[in-house]
Design a protein around this ligand. Structure first.
Ligand code: UD1
Length: 417
């Protein structure tokens, strides 16, 4: 087992380079299986979710070649076999194999997907889409069996703009007969990255990034190449660290527009930053103004940055509010921030945060990926030593986080215990 040990209060100076987006990569890797032949995906982040997907891709008898951040997936010998519970529970994104294998083979057997414990995480909207296209869904215990004689295009109105359901239905529709229209689709930028990959393979998809996506089914797809877009959540996490401790901290390799909701909030708080074409230079703000933040679907304030943002709010001078509206359990980090000395009143998913608090280092546990990142932020600004346990959650989604932070001046280490 390992823990993260942080000595707080060191300024962050220098450059952090952002990797490829986790939420794009975990869909692009399965998407390669829709094509016949070899596809190349560049800028794949070095995270443990990637490795969990590789295990499933290999189980399905595909070859993977990896050269640093570039991977090639060869589907020549693809076999449609049961995806075991052991593999599917390692990450949420294993559900993408449902849409892909259904599209290609009209038959899938897979166990319920896993992922962070941030809510009940149903997949009813994914299934609603597959059913509308003609699939029959049978559930045996935790196993799903999906069958279709033929997948036919349909108009699917999502009750909630779910990222996963939008992408999964897009996958199923790509090789279906006729036209599928997804209404109230999620608009997250990662979905555009996936559409671009599929269209380069020969698919006919329009509208990703808007609330209506139209997919004209095609018969076959061929291998191609794609770059994973920069990770706006990783970028946002380091930008928040810059607002707390930056001494001209440069966060580079980003698309600033993707972080607009965060940057607008930071401006409201009085944070100084300079936006360049592909980077942001950010400085510690001595007198932060309190603000109210509500997480929303894109382009609103991202739920994945709500927990890291709450740490910044502990340093604002006055009362701020943070409300989570997407996941019912994204609050696991609050008791640990309280243990460190933060003044937080939690009522359901609404936190009232009174600052400015002097946080003190102590022993704390990551309860999920973004909550874990929030605890790193807290450790970086705390007095003394912070020890974070259950760090596997963090390594699932932040590549080389210890190295990236050490290289800009943080005193942070992975310690074997
Ligand atoms: C994706 C992201 C995750 C982010 C989330 C919201 C990936 C791998 N993960 O997760 O980082 O926090 O988008 O931006 O891309 N829901 C249903 N039924 C469904 C599907 C979802 O009720 O069939 C609900 C969920 O319980 C949740 C909300 O819809 O309350 C959002 O879920 P969704 O957008 O699907 O999130 P994910 O795609 O799982």
């Amino acid at each position: 087992m390992e823990r993260i040990v942080i000595e707080g209060k060191n300024p962050l100076k220098g450059t952090i380079t952002i990797g490829g987006a986790k939420n794009s990569a975990v869909a692009l890797i399965p998407a390669a299986l829709l094509a016949d032949g070899v596809s190349t995906i560049k800028n794949v982040p070095n995270i443990t979710d990637r490795d969990a997907l590789f295990d499933i891709v290999r189980l399905l008898n595909c070859d993977i070649e990896q050269d640093n951040k570039t991977i090639k997936i060869d589907t020549t010998n693809l076999k449609n076999v049961l995806i075991s519970q052991e593999l599917s529970v390692k990450l949420r994104a294993s559900y993408y194999f449902m849409g892909i294998l259904l599209s290609k083979y009209k038959h899938v057997e897979i166990y319920f997907p896993g992922g962070c414990n941030i809510g009940s995480r149903p997949i009813d909207l994914h299934l609603k889409g597959f059913k509308a296209m003609g699939a029959k869904v049978t559930k045996r215990g935790h196993k799903y069996i999906l069958n279709a004689d033929e997948l036919k295009g349909a108009e699917i109105n999502l009750d909630f703009a779910s990222v996963g359901a939008t992408i999964n239905i897009m996958f199923a529709a790509t090789l279906a007969k006729g036209t599928t229209i997804i209404k109230n689709a999620a608009k997250e930028v990662e979905i555009i990255n996936i559409m671009d990959f599929l269209n380069k393979m020969g698919a006919d998809i329009k509208g990703a990034g808007t609330d209506t996506i139209t997919i004209n089914g095609v018969e076959k797809l061929h291998g191609t190449e794609i770059d994973v877009i920069p990770d706006r959540i990783e970028a946002g996490t380091y930008i928040l660290m810059g607002a707390l401790l930056g001494d001209n901290l440069c966060v580079e390799g980003i698309i600033p527009e993707h972080n607009k909701a965060l940057l607008d909030k930071l401006k409201e708080m009085g944070v100084c930053y300079q936006i360049n074409e592909h980077s942001i230079i950010i400085n510690k703000c001595e007198h932060l103004k309190p603000v109210d933040v509500t997480t929303l679907v894109y382009p609103g304030f991202p739920t994945d940055l709500g927990q890291p943002m709450s740490v910044l709010l502990t340093q604002a001078e006055g009362v701020s509010h943070m409300e989570e509206t997407i996941w019912e359990n994204r609050i696991g980090h609050y008791p640990y921030l309280q243990k460190m000395g933060a003044n937080i009143k939690l009522e359901g998913l609404k936190a009232e945060i009174k600052g400015k608090s002097n946080l003190k280092g102590t022993e704390i546990n990551a309860t999920d990926l973004r909550g874990g990142a929030a605890l790193i932020l807290a450790g970086l600004i705390a007095e003394g030593t912070t020890m974070i346990y259950d760090i596997d959650y963090i390594l699932r989604g932040y590549e080389n986080i210890i190295h990236k932070l050490s290289s800009v001046g943080a005193k942070i280490e992975l310690e074997k215990i």
